[in-house]
Structure formats: C-alpha cells, structure tokens
Design a protein. Structure first.
Length: 166
C-alpha cells in the first residue's frame, strides 16, 4: 500500500511567490477545464477570456480583498478556494478546485469547511456559490454540507446558484 501524504488547508500562508505560483497553476487548471466543459476548449491560458487570464497572471491582485484558501501536500498546492469579502450580503465561495491526482481525499470538503468557518468568524449570515449543472459531484458535496438551490443571481445558462446560513 502506498502512503498518501497528508493534506492541510491554510489561508494563503505567507503570500510567497511560490504560494502564488501554486494557486495560479490551480486557477489555470480550473479555468481550462471549465472552458472545455462549456464546449469552448482552448489550447492554453492565452486562449482564456481576459478576466480569467488576469486571475492566473496576478492572483494576488485579482483576489486582494478576498480570502484564499489553499490545500497543501507538503509545499505543493493541491486545492484552492476563494471566499469573497461580503458586499452588503453573503460571502461568495468561488474557484473551488482540487488537483485531479488528489481527489477523493477530502480536499474539497476541507476547503469548504475552512471557508464556512472563516465566514462564521467574519460575522456574515450566509454564503453563496454558483456551480455548473454538469458538476454533479460538486453539487452533491454542497448539498451534503447544507447548501440549497436558490433563485439565480446570475443568468448564465446551466448555472446553479446555492446558499446556506453559517
């Protein structure tokens, strides 16, 4: 039996360039996969829409007001999640991604748990998220953690909006 390294969840631990690079790599994988799932596959990051390229090229600036959570295996970023700063309402969970090699190890659940804990400590009453309807595994995970489908705040086709109290 092979030993699986422990994965820990941290708030972007030291804002080091290596940490930013790991986060940028996870964002790139997330956006490239999403484009492919939408039927709009691109060859590389250069083919992504401007707003996504900006996140990847400078995540520190793109998420300056938000909380970035990273799942680390040793010094390697293997999962990410962003909790937006609330703007007169709930926080929003965005960019949940786990490196496919680390799926099935509780990385996404750990990131979501840390996000919910952060939201509770921040004093917000709830969190929301949106997820593509074809990501049924993610939807099932969100439902297990108490999220329910709600009226859409985003009119993109096939986007499911969910929320939960903290």
């Amino acid at each position: 039996m092979t030993e699986r390294p422990e994965v820990t969840v941290v708030h972007r631990p030291d804002r080091s360039p290596a940490c930013d690079d790991g986060f940028a790599g996870l964002l790139a994988a997330y956006h490239l996969r999403t484009q492919a799932e939408k039927g709009k596959a691109v060859a590389d990051v250069d083919g992504l829409p401007d707003r996504y390229r900006a996140e990847i090229s400078d995540p520190r600036t793109a998420f300056v007001d938000d909380v970035v959570l990273l799942a680390l295996s040793g010094d390697t970023a293997v999962g990410c999640l962003v909790v937006t700063a609330p703007a007169d309402g709930p926080s929003e969970i965005k960019r949940l991604w786990t490196d496919p090699a680390f799926r099935g190890r509780g990385v996404a659940s750990g990131l979501l748990g840390a996000a919910l804990e952060h939201a509770a400590k921040s004093g917000v009453s709830g969190v929301r998220l949106s997820v593509w309807s074809w990501r049924t595994g993610a939807i099932a995970l969100y439902e297990r953690l108490g999220f329910t489908v709600t009226e859409s705040w985003d009119e993109r086709d096939q986007l499911v909006c969910m929320q939960r109290a903290v």
